[in-house]
Design a protein around this ligand. Structure first.
Ligand code: HEC
Length: 126
């Protein structure tokens, strides 16, 4: 009990994800999971949008959403082109509701959010 309480949030989240996720070779590494659990866009405005909308799904390995900072998961999606990605967020896709739950986001904000989430964790030195 005591030990569990002392685990930092990121480590606890990583353990929880490791126990539930089973994505074969493409599972995000512990470093990527910690990055996803702890990072936000640098701009305060964008960070606020990210935290209230996208983070719920994209920072946790418990949904099918590509994890923030997981380059391997994002590359095939980036290959579709930014316009397609923005369109898919706006119309919703699979487990993602329309607008990724940000009803007042514009296309430029979606592009910035996608760039942030798709940037590999390693590229940010984490
Ligand atoms: C309720 C959960 C949820 C929320 C909230 C959410 N997403 Fe997603 N997102 C998903 C899931 C699940 C997928 C994978 C869908 C699939 O591949 O079928 C996804 C996929 C994506 C993709 C890839 C689309 C493609 O064409 O491959 C982008 C881009 C994306 N999300 C951006 C966002 C942005 C930006 C936000 C916040 C404004 C957001 N998401 C909020 C669950 C969510």
């Amino acid at each position: 009990m005591k030990l569990h309480q002392r685990l930092p949030g990121a480590v606890a989240a990583t353990i929880a994800i490791a126990l539930t996720a089973c994505n074969g070779d493409h599972s995000p590494s512990a470093a990527v999971q910690a990055h996803a659990a702890n990072s936000s866009p640098a701009s305060p405005e964008l960070a606020a949008v990210y935290q209230r909308s996208c983070q719920t799904c994209h920072a946790r390995g418990t949904s099918d959403a590509p994890l923030t900072g997981h380059g391997d998961a994002w590359q095939p999606r980036l290959d579709k082109g930014m316009d397609t990605l923005v369109d898919n967020v706006v119309s919703g896709m699979g487990g993602m509701p329309p607008y990724g739950l940000c009803m007042d986001c514009n296309a430029e904000q979606f592009r910035q959010l996608i760039r942030f989430m798709a940037t590999p964790a390693e590229a940010e030195g984490q």
